[in-house]
Design a protein. Structure first.
Length: 54
């Protein structure tokens, strides 16, 4: 019952934040794997490579 309005809204408008949640998850995984990168620029480049749309 707590999320009823949000669930009904999804069925009415068919909008979801799932793509953004997926991108956030990819970035979090990269952060865990990126320990030891020599610069933030390399890390940002890796994020762009991993998260570009297909």
């Amino acid at each position: 019952m707590k999320w009823r309005a949000e669930i009904e809204s999804y069925f009415q408008y068919r909008v979801s934040n799932a793509p953004m949640e997926g991108t956030n998850n990819k970035i979090k995984v990269l952060k865990r794997r990126a320990y030891g990168y020599s610069s933030m620029r390399h890390f940002e480049t890796r994020i762009r490579m991993e998260c570009k749309s297909a």
